[in-house]
Design a binder for this molecule. Structure first.
Ligand SMILES: NC(=O)c1ccc[n+]([C@@H]2O[C@H](COP(=O)([O-])OP(=O)(O)OC[C@H]3O[C@@H](n4cnc5c(N)ncnc54)[C@H](OP(=O)(O)O)[C@@H]3O)[C@@H](O)[C@H]2O)c1
Length: 349
């Protein structure tokens, strides 16, 4: 097989950054990654600084950077509201794929990342385990617009598409709006500094419900498989393959941080963390931590959402396992590994 050349759109996000590392450093791919910011770390991947909202700039940047064999689309922008989110994220995908295609006569596959919001996980209780062909929920939901556009646009082309649906992706990234592992780690560091136990900051109902996550490293491995080994033209749920209850996991996370666990006490992290910037500065100085600004280190609103899901969140992984990707990750071990990784990176004490 000729050398694979990946274009990773959104290469500094929690999905993209970990995917770039896996493809470039472990799987031997040539990798070009794209985002507006430039990386502040060493990487063998080539990073392009491009605004995907700008169709002309995207086309110009990608014209000389290809040809690509695969596009991994993990760019994402939060909108003012759900309608605005559709418009911006659809335009970015269109600009990216059309520009990459123009630069890539040998394009083989485009992979698009969605999530459990496809099944309504953000709206309330939904049928679980959610299967890929389950009926959609009430739009607006930008995944639907992106998926439909990609399906129509790839029709009759030499390349095809695969949709991956992870849920609550956990891994290292800075400044992104959805990163649960970083929320937990920074919240814990603040509780510890204040001499508080590690109370679950959400609802008692959520504490007892079944939940799932996707290790960013697992997603990266699954993405490489989905690019080259998966039957195309379809969607796959991709999680760690296990489920857990916060009531079990929370105590183990607390123990790994040498903290006393606390029972649920619902607080709004967005409100309660709003005045913790100065405290975070003192923690950074005291423990010699990396200089990550407080407003970039954790997205509290995402924590508020996840810790108040009063319903089971479970995706079926039958389809992806039957198709050939059977790797599973122990979510408890993953959280403990990430806590250690964040310590080594000097993100938390
Ligand atoms: N995180 C999760 O827990 C999770 C779970 C399930 C599904 N998903 C889905 O997976 C997709 C990716 O999510 P993510 O969490 O990895 O996103 P993320 O961490 O917010 O990363 C988004 C990436 O897109 C880039 N980007 C944003 N606007 C851009 C623009 N105008 N031009 C070029 N690059 C741009 C960002 O870099 P710059 O800001 O430097 O441009 C960043 O590299 C989304 O559709 C999300 O809904 C995420």
């Amino acid at each position: 097989m000729s050398r694979t050349h990946a274009l990773v759109a959104g290469g500094l996000g929690v999905i993209g950054r970990n995917l770039v590392t896996h493809l470039a450093d472990e799987a031997g791919w040539e990798v070009t990654a794209l985002s507006r910011r430039s990386p502040d770390f060493e990487t063998s991947a080539r990073y392009l600084s491009v605004d995907l909202e700008d169709a002309e700039a995207t086309r110009a940047a990608l014209a000389g950077a290809g040809p690509f064999t695969h596009v991994f689309y993990a760019a994402y922008q939060e909108g003012r509201d759900m309608q605005a989110q559709v418009a911006v994220n659809l335009a970015m995908l269109e600009n990216c794929v059309t520009a990459a295609e123009a630069a890539s006569p040998g394009l083989q596959r485009v992979l698009l990342y969605e999530g459990a919001k496809y099944y309504g996980a953000h709206l309330g209780a939904f049928p679980t385990p959610a299967r890929e062909d389950d009926p959609r929920v009430m739009p607006p939901m930008f995944y639907y617009d992106q998926e439909d556009w990609l399906a129509a646009y790839s029709e009759g082309k030499a390349w095809d598409r695969v949709v991956l649906r992870p849920d609550v992706v956990c891994g290292f990234a800075i400044g992104n709006p959805m990163n649960l592992a970083m929320v937990i780690a920074v919240y814990a560091a603040i509780c510890k500094e204040l001499g508080l136990p590690l109370r679950f900051p959400g609802s008692a109902t959520c504490y007892g419900k079944l939940a799932q996550v996707t290790d960013a490293a697992q997603l990266a491995r699954g993405s490489a498989w989905a690019a080259t080994g998966a039957p195309g033209g379809t969607a796959y749920n991709l999680t760690n393959g296990d489920v857990f209850r916060w009531s079990h996991l929370w105590k183990r996370i607390a123990a790994s941080l040498e903290m006393d666990p606390g029972e649920p006490m619902p607080i709004s992290l967005s409100e309660m963390m709003a005045d913790k910037g100065p405290l975070w500065e003192r923690i950074k100085a005291k423990y010699g931590l990396a200089d990550v600004p407080f407003d970039k280190v954790a997205a509290w609103g995402f924590g508020d959402f996840i810790f108040n899901c009063d319903w089971d969140v479970i995706s079926s992984t039958t389809r992806i396992r039957q198709a050939g990707f059977g790797t599973v990750v122990d979510s408890e071990a993953m959280f403990l590994r990430l806590v250690n990784e964040f310590r080594e990176r000097k993100i938390i004490p």
